[in-house]
Design a binder for this molecule. Structure first.
Ligand code: UDP
Length: 458
């Protein structure tokens, strides 16, 4: 009955075109669709999701307006900055046409990725309420509003001489853990973050792929700082729904058939997500660290992961053959299935937020090696606050240290204790989604909030 009333309300969702943003946004779309809303996605013709995987949603593609050089840059911050300029007009035109054709089914609100800060002004012009989804942890986002203070106090820009200093405003973060990225024009990054924070503050609410019990302090502090409603309704991918894959690369199913041949809780799954890049020297240390550990491993080596190489060329001749079947390398894996597989005993991750949540939900301990921005905060909290993993902290990756971390996690008492804690965290994550759980309640209030926005908008 309640669901019936929501029929006739449409939501327009607008993902940032990166894998780690597309996945949670499409999962959120699936959740809201199951609550009776119709779903339209506006997406940029760059890293486009495949509409045929999501037949219940309507897709509208808009032009990114970038030159070939701009579109192929590996500098994600410059790319996002440019998209926030170049997409304004195509997005405005698309939204105008959707609104004028939505007579039978009014649009309740826009749900935009928070990184598309420009969408606030466009939505406001149409008097369309705008919610945002932030696809990282609340804990890492919680540092962004304090950037002016961190700059004033000299923590930022990061200086090598202060790397080990505690940031007293955000314990246990040290200067080296602050959510920044090394780039030539550091001002460009601060400017982007400042716009994202201010346009998030101007939104009608913030949706998180997290659960309250995990990140309560950060959520409370953000509620005070931003004065908007927060909806921590995660873990998104664990609602009992039929999700379709939104992988931009083909998922190699041999990952699963190979895992089927391995003993329970034995395999190190290694993946650095969709954006991180390694130097050839780092890649080789990882390869030898894994080989020397004598544990079986499943390793995702994305084409382009190694700077200057297409795929596996830097590996010495015969490296894989000499492992005697103990290692399996793929270009892209069905990660959620992999982490849920009984053979997987640990996840060596770059600490992207989706990977972290997916791992917690399967009760798998982590080895963290973050690259930039939020990953550094996530890794610190995984290893020092939630205590469900260890972090490779040395600036330079070294095969002996890798081997030691793997042994600690897979064979020593500390590893056993970590496994026990992550298993409890898994139970907590899953119980949040059950009737009466925190995410269950927040989803209810999100649905009511959207309905009230929709009706005041008619
Ligand atoms: N992923 C996957 N297969 C892979 C590697 C990653 O399906 O081989 C998915 C993973 O499940 C997660 C997303 O890609 O949902 C990566 O997001 P995350 O936030 O962890 O990292 P990012 O790619 O944004 O750095």
């Amino acid at each position: 009955m309640e669901q019936q009333q929501r029929k006739g309300l449409r939501l327009v969702l607008f993902p940032l075109p990166f894998q780690g943003h597309i996945n949670p946004l499409l999962e959120l779309a699936t959740i809201l669709h199951s609550k009776g809303f119709s779903i339209t996605l506006i997406h940029i013709n760059f890293n486009s999701p495949n509409p045929s995987n999501h037949p219940h949603f309507t897709f509208h593609s808009i032009s990114h307006g970038l030159s070939e050089t701009e579109a192929t840059t590996s500098d994600a911050i410059s790319l996002i900055t440019l998209l926030n300029i170049k997409c304004v007009e195509p997005f405005r035109e698309c939204l105008a046409s959707l609104i004028s054709n939505a007579l039978d089914e009014p649009i309740a609100c826009l749900i935009s990725d928070a990184m598309f800060h420009f969408s606030r002004a466009v939505a406001e012009n149409f008097k369309l309420p705008r919610l945002v989804i932030r696809t990282t942890s609340a804990t890492s986002f919680g540092v962004f509003p304090a950037f002016p203070l961190l700059l004033e106090k000299g923590y930022l820009p990061i200086q090598d001489s202060r790397l080990e200093e505690l940031v007293v405003e955000f314990p246990p973060l040290k200067v080296k853990d602050l959510p920044v990225i090394k780039m030539r024009d550091q001002e460009k990054f601060y400017e982007l973050i400042s716009r994202v924070v201010s346009e998030t503050k101007a939104s009608s609410g913030l949706i998180w792929n997290t659960f309250e019990e995990l990140e309560q302090p950060a959520l409370d502090s953000l509620t005070k700082k931003l004065s908007i409603p927060m909806f921590p309704i995660g873990p998104f991918h664990k609602y009992n729904l039929a999700y379709s894959s939104s992988s931009l690369l083909a998922e190699d199913q041999s990952s699963i058939s190979w895992l089927n041949t391995q003993p329970p809780v034995s395999v190190i799954y290694v993946s650095f997500g969709s954006l991180a890049v390694l130097s050839e020297a780092e890649f080789l240390e990882i390869a030898w660290g894994l080989a020397n550990s004598e544990q079986p491993f499943l390793w995702v080596v994305r084409p382009g992961l190694v700077h200057g190489s297409e795929w596996l060329e830097p590996l010495p001749n015969g490296f894989i053959e000499n492992l005697g079947g103990r290692g399996h390398i793929v270009k892209w894996a069905p990660q959620q299935q992999v982490l849920a597989h009984l053979a997987v005993g640990a996840f060596w991750t770059h600490s992207g937020w989706n990977s972290t949540m997916e791992c917690i939900c399967e009760g798998v301990p982590m080895i963290c090696r973050p690259s930039f921005i939020d990953q550094k905060v996530n890794a610190k909290f995984v290893s020092h606050v939630w205590n469900v993993g260890v972090q490779l902290e040395d600036e330079i990756l070294e095969r002996g240290e890798i081997e030691r971390m793997i042994t600690k996690l897979m064979k020593e008492k500390e590893g056993e204790e970590i496994r026990c804690r992550v298993s409890k965290l898994k139970d907590m994550a899953l119980s949040c989604l059950k009737q009466g759980g925190s995410s269950y309640k927040y989803l209810d209030s999100l649905v009511n909030h959207i309905q009230s926005l929709g009706h005041s908008n008619l």
